[in-house]
Write a protein that binds this ligand. Structure first.
Ligand SMILES: [Zn+2]
Ligand SMILES: [Zn+2]
Length: 161
């Protein structure tokens, strides 16, 4: 598969000045992005993002709805779906169509091209930034305006092999 020769998006964040958990940092960063866009990171949006950031792999919407309930109160599914829609638009989460699940973005940039290696055994998904030179050239040659590329590759991860 061409374009999968990718650079992992993990491990190139600058070290933080103060010791803060990666989760707290990611939430704070999301808050700053929302504030700059004048769009509130409401409690449901924040909570859904928090669950996805803490998750070990992609989560389906109904798992998010089940996990949301932390204070003994059930959340309405529509609240979670709306929060997911917002988070996806803001680039904080990606939707993996092939497994119909959501995963927190590890790159932290809005509207970027993404490639995922999805393990069919453990359900894990590793995010990469794809090298799309050949796809871009093909699109250009076809007169096609390429907007965004999401690659979802299925296989078996290192841990499950
Ligand atoms: Zn991403
Ligand atoms: Zn696996």
């Amino acid at each position: 598969m061409q374009g999968m020769r990718a650079r992992s998006s993990q491990g190139r964040a600058a070290p933080p000045r103060r010791k803060r958990s990666p989760l707290a940092q990611a939430l704070q960063q999301a808050e700053a992005v929302c504030a700059a866009a004048d769009l509130p990171l409401t409690a449901p949006r924040r909570r859904v993002l928090e669950i996805l950031l803490s998750a070990v792999g992609p989560m389906k919407a109904y798992d998010l709805i089940a996990a949301y309930d932390g204070a003994g109160r059930a959340v309405s599914p529509i609240t979670v779906y709306r929060a997911l829609e917002f988070l996806e638009q803001m680039g904080f989460v990606h939707r993996l169509e092939s497994v119909n699940a959501y995963v927190a973005c590890r790159a932290g940039r809005r509207g970027h091209d993404a490639a995922f290696l999805i393990c069919k055994r453990c359900g894990g998904a590793e995010e990469f930034e794809p090298d799309l030179a050949s796809e871009q050239a093909a699109a250009l040659a076809a007169g096609f305006k390429l907007e965004r590329v999401m690659l979802e590759a299925r296989g078996v991860c290192r841990n499950c092999r």
